[in-house]
Design a protein around this ligand. Structure first.
Ligand code: ADP
Length: 327
């Protein structure tokens, strides 16, 4: 390493997130502004292995800042877990003279980048693109704000219909390993209970809180559950509650993939633009194998290997707020 970066590749990898296009746009335009050749690598690491790589121009990223998904496509790539796959990817990049990479993805994609940068002399910069917000070392990840706002909008609608009846509503939001969408959307919609993977769910607590609310004639009860809650998702919870409270009318709503789609929020467009810009600056300044995070409104550059070794924690403060406000 140590050679000047002149040709960079940008890719989106793993689960897609709204705002990835804004990040790609920022990387391409900042790169071109600095006189770099910029290449778009299609379908994440798979495109690196298959040499599915296209030259990007300023106009290639026109009119995409407002679009969800990713114009570069994304994929999960089995071959990249193996050294042979990564070597093939490296050779393709080398043949094209690409000597810097910007990887927009979640912690899995960062794990791949750590392996790749340990083995080969192409510096990598990560941008946290994930609706789950589960990356250590940044206050924001690209896509979270849009996803959580989509969840809030949907839950508000469910609440309107709940108010017309006396019901318990269980709403499942995304988050296989992380409870941020559930926590934030649950607080913002006044949920009575929020179930997240990071906290052990005690079903007896939930039942007694529902029964206590019934006694107080609080007739509408909203439970927001992350799909990866340790107890299980919405359907599992429904089954158990129905057994314990057979008289209760309980409805389930699973929000699913709508949370991934849609036009990115203003905040996601801004952070994606800012992070994309700093990713290129970072490569040019020789700050390699880091990911670009924002903390307290300042850019932070965290070694990729630290990012994958640590997990973003849910703050105790939020958990306390949930308990007090849901009474
Ligand atoms: P996300 O980036 O959204 O967390 P994944 O966990 O599916 O999504 O990771 C995206 C891709 O990153 C994987 O399909 C794989 O190609 C690569 N990857 C993930 N973990 C590793 C690893 N330990 N070693 C090599 N490549 C990895």
């Amino acid at each position: 390493m140590g050679n000047k970066v002149t040709k960079i590749g940008v890719l989106t990898s793993g689960g897609d997130a709204p705002g990835m296009n804004a990040a790609v746009r920022a990387v391409v335009r900042t790169g071109i502004y600095h006189g770099l050749d910029v290449y778009g690598i299609l379908r994440g690491y798979q495109g690196m292995i298959d040499d599915d790589i296209i030259k990007m121009e300023t106009r290639s990223v026109a009119n995409i800042i407002q679009r969800g998904g990713t114009i570069l496509k994304t994929a999960r790539c089995k071959e990249f877990y193996e050294y042979e796959g990564r070597k093939k990817a490296y050779e393709n990049l080398k043949d094209r003279g690409i000597n810097g990479l910007v990887i927009i993805g979640g912690d899995g994609s960062f794990r791949g980048a750590v392996k790749f940068s340990e083995e080969f002399d192409i510096p990598c910069i990560g941008l946290a693109g994930t609706i789950d917000k589960d990356i250590y070392g940044t206050d924001f990840t690209i896509g979270f704000d849009t996803a959580v706002n989509t969840a809030v909008e949907a839950i508000d609608k469910v609440r309107d219909t709940m108010d017309a009846h006396d019901r318990i509503f269980i709403i499942e939001v995304m988050g296989r390993d992380a409870g941020y969408i559930a926590l934030h959307s649950g607080i913002a919609t006044g949920a009575e209970n929020i179930l997240i993977p990071e906290r052990k769910t005690d079903i007896n607590d939930i039942i007694s809180s529902l029964q206590e609310k019934e006694r107080r004639k609080k007739l509408v009860n909203l439970i927001v559950v992350a799909e990866g809650d340790d107890f299980g998702g919405a359907n599992e919870l429904h089954k158990i509650l129905k057994e314990k409270m057979p008289q209760a009318e309980i409805r389930v709503c699973i929000l699913g993939h709508i949370q991934r789609g849609g036009s990115p929020s203003c905040l996601d467009r801004l952070i994606a633009s800012r992070m994309g810009y700093h990713a290129v600056e970072s490569l040019l300044e020789g700050r390699y194998n880091v990911f670009v995070g924002i903390m307290n409104n300042k850019m932070h550059y965290i070694p990729l290997e630290n990012a994958v070794k640590n997990k973003a924690k849910i703050s105790e403060e939020w958990l306390k707020i949930v308990k007090i406000l849901a009474s």
